[in-house]
Design a protein around this ligand. Structure first.
Ligand SMILES: [Ca+2]
Ligand SMILES: [Ca+2]
Ligand SMILES: [Ca+2]
Length: 395
């Protein structure tokens, strides 16, 4: 059985309320008025023209002052009627702060409503005496290195949410519980939800650039696979880096790119990530053991046959909050053979146990093919029954 090293878990904070966090509207509405930068990506029709996709507010700031950008002051509006039917060349997205990326919404997952921001990196901690906005190592934070791995949350003196940062540099915060991760997110941010995680993961799944050979649906054995980063083995989709890695200039197998070109690091591999969800054991899915429904409790399963394990998911329980859209890729035939990871869960169709377990996602530097952006562990660190000390914050 593949064990989980529970102390090497990280988490993400999410910024969902973009208007609060960036003072910029995120959603496109029929009336285009704003006090924030709006970016037009196609100026081929000429500045100020009234053709489709061109702005026509005469009083607006000269867009040439910032390439491709026009700034509107209240109550200026973009009045081109074409926008109501075609705004394809316009982006009304907020410009995320450094270290944060915009995630396109997915109608399957609501909430979140609309796009949201997520940390680009595993959560780090800025502990220099005068904060410089950059994450630091355990040594800089005067914290004992946790087996050389990460920054132990328990060793941080006077923890402040304002010092949680999303930067390439710095050791990932580890040894933090789900409950602590929830409270460690700065005001107006929250720990990423499983819906938000799935929004990211399924977007990444659909991008050719995230597959090692550029072919969506390819297998690791064929030189492809969905990139799964620093997971302790070396193949087309994976590599064996430091335990864990940090900093810049890293192997790009640790990076996944979304449809809007946002890039996120280590959402597969390096350290595990918390999401905000929990589930009672009785609602965990049932696996097939090759002959019959498995009733042996906690173990790993593939998402389907052909992933390398004898045990694979057979059915999700009726009435359970965990169904296929809460864990698996949009293509239900993908397994660890495709690099998407595995699920660690309690299998017993007759189980009635109500113990609560938290959602851990995506695997760490030692998990090998068990890791992947869709990997889910449901035997870790119940925030109700096991207030232990693990993890690292994120987004
Ligand atoms: Ca610093
Ligand atoms: Ca390694
Ligand atoms: Ca990670």
């Amino acid at each position: 059985m593949k064990k989980i090293a529970r102390k090497f878990i990280s988490s993400l904070c999410i910024a969902l309320l973009l208007i609060q966090s960036l003072a910029t509207p995120f959603l496109v509405s029929p009336v285009y008025a704003a006090t924030s930068p709006w970016t037009q990506t196609d100026w081929s029709g000429g500045v100020g023209s009234s053709t489709t996709n061109q702005y026509s507010a005469a009083s607006s700031t000269d867009p040439t002052t910032t390439a491709g950008q026009v700034t509107l002051a209240t109550p200026e509006e973009l009045t081109n009627g074409g926008f109501t039917s075609d705004n394809s060349s316009w982006s009304t997205a907020a410009v995320p702060a450094a270290g944060w990326v915009e995630v396109p919404s997915n109608a399957t997952y609501n909430p979140p409503t609309g796009n949201f921001l997520a940390m680009q990196y595993e959560a780090k901690y800025d502990c220099t005496a005068t904060p410089d906005g950059d994450g630091d190592t355990a040594a800089t934070c005067s914290a004992p290195a946790d087996s050389g791995a990460g920054l132990d949350y328990r060793d941080i003196v006077g923890f402040s949410t304002s010092r949680v940062v999303s930067t390439a540099n710095g050791a990932p915060i580890v040894h933090i519980t789900q409950t602590q991760a929830i409270s460690a997110c700065p005001a107006t941010y929250h720990l990423i939800t499983n819906n938000e995680w799935m929004t990211i993961a399924r977007n990444a799944e659909a991008q050719t650039t995230n597959w090692a050979n550029g072919t969506v649906g390819s297998t690791v054995a064929s030189g492809g696979g969905l990139k799964r980063g620093n997971i302790g083995i070396a193949d087309s989709a994976s590599y064996n880096g430091a335990d864990p890695e940090q900093g810049t200039g890293r192997d790009t197998k640790a990076k996944l790119t979304l449809s809007n070109s946002s890039t996120l690091w280590d959402i597969s591999g390096n350290v595990w990530e918390w999401t905000n969800n929990t589930i009672q054991r009785q609602y965990q899915p049932v696996a097939w053991n090759g002959t019959t429904d498995d009733a042996t409790g906690f173990n790993w399963s593939d998402f389907g046959s052909g992933g390398g394990l004898t045990r694979y998911l057979h059915n999700y329980k009726v009435g359970s909050p965990l169904q296929i859209d809460n864990v698996q890729p949009s293509n239900a035939t993908y397994t660890a053979a495709h690099g998407v990871g595995r699920i660690y869960h309690y299998s017993d169709s007759a189980d009635v146990n109500t113990t609560v377990y938290a959602f851990l996602r995506e695997g760490a530097w030692y998990d090998g093919a068990y890791a992947g952006v869709f990997s889910l562990n449901l035997n870790c660190c119940s925030r109700l029954s096991e207030p232990r000390h693990w993890l690292s914050l994120r987004q």
